[in-house]
Design a protein around this ligand. Structure first.
Ligand SMILES: [Ca+2]
Length: 337
């Protein structure tokens, strides 16, 4: 039986190692793929102060050695921080470490943070401190419910929007008419670290969060058919109105995802792509969609992982059955002699 225990131990170790390897390059922040020129990390040396700086900031933004405060917990403030280096990666994942906190009691705080991947940068405006009718992608961390008719969802609410410059964000409706997907999440006044991950790869946009101190990603948004060009800028902005909060960014870490593309995809000019979405609903709601659009953009890493997991489970089951049969036979043999 000792041999069998050792065998199971070995398989468990192998399985753990495999999970680390397969997941590593997707969400684990594999350091070799971290792109420092697009990342903002403590102690934020040189941010905004030199011509060679990789991050600019404007408005109420305050940079300290341990956080970047986009707005303080005061009324009518707007602040932003922007990467000065355009991003030419085709597949990427941004990890956002943020903190939203303030004195306001339930529902008496606002308005939230927006994360951007857009053509323009440093244009102050009405959408969480940034310009409306933007070109690109935005993820909103909306902490205040403006739309009193929309009681079917609880706030804070995280949502995504892709814009080709023609659509206005409807603040009064919390952007509901233009949102691609979203989820409710307790992201305010938490005592522990809160994170968001935005992944864009092969036309698929995935937003995950880690806001319950469990050190694991929970899916919030997952949509296919999203087209975004390369050469846009990453940024973050926040705004307060009559109600307020401290909106802090602790870090923005950008990882390059190693994904293969077809020769045709490689040869096209990705900077010329117009931001668009061909599939408006979450792939999860479209399982029976006969067009099967979303199936063209699977999460390859996960497929491989599941296959390997099944294979390993098969080996474990075979091992257990084998060991039991072997032991039974030994016992029977003992009885005979
Ligand atoms: Ca709102």
């Amino acid at each position: 039986m000792a041999n069998f225990t050792a065998f199971v131990g070995c398989v468990s170790l192998l399985l753990a190692a495999l999970i680390r390897v397969v997941c590593g390059d997707i969400t684990d922040g594999n350091t070799e793929h971290l792109k420092r020129e697009h990342s903002l990390m403590k102690p934020y040396q040189g941010v905004g102060s030199s011509p060679s700086s990789q991050w600019d900031f404007s408005g109420s933004t305050l940079v300290t050695s341990s956080y970047v405060r986009l707005t303080p917990d005061e009324r009518s403030r707007q602040g932003s921080i922007w990467n000065t280096v355009p991003c030419y990666l085709k597949d990427w994942e941004m990890h956002v470490h943020f903190k939203i906190h303030g004195q306001g009691k339930k529902n008496l705080h606002g308005d939230g943070i927006a994360l951007w991947y857009t053509k323009d940068r440093l244009h102050t405006g009405s959408v969480f401190g940034n310009q409306d009718q933007f070109l690109g992608l935005s993820i909103f961390l909306d902490t205040f419910r403006n739309d009193l008719q929309g009681m079917d969802r609880s706030f804070p609410y995280i949502s995504a929007m892709v814009n080709n410059g023609s659509v206005s964000y409807d603040h009064g409706k919390d952007g509901r008419s233009s949102e691609l997907g979203g989820c409710s999440a307790e992201i305010r006044n938490r005592e522990f670290d809160t994170y968001l991950a935005i992944r864009y790869s092969k036309g698929r946009l995935t937003v995950m969060m880690d806001v319950d101190d469990k050190n694991e990603w929970k899916e919030c948004i997952d949509i296919g058919g999203v087209r975004l060009p390369t050469g846009y800028f990453f940024g973050a902005s926040a705004a307060t109105g009559d109600l307020s909060d401290n909106h802090d960014i602790i870090s923005l870490k950008l990882y390059q995802l190693m994904v293969e593309h077809t020769p045709e995809e490689e040869n096209m000019d990705w900077t010329k792509i117009e931001p668009s979405v061909s599939l408006l609903k979450s792939p999860k709601d479209n399982i029976d969609d006969p067009t099967g659009n979303f199936r063209g953009t699977p999460l390859t890493g996960w497929k491989v992982f599941l296959l390997l997991l099944c294979a390993l489970l098969g080996i474990v089951v075979c091992g257990v059955v084998g060991a039991v049969v072997f032991q039974k036979r030994q016992e029977r043999n003992k009885r005979f002699y």
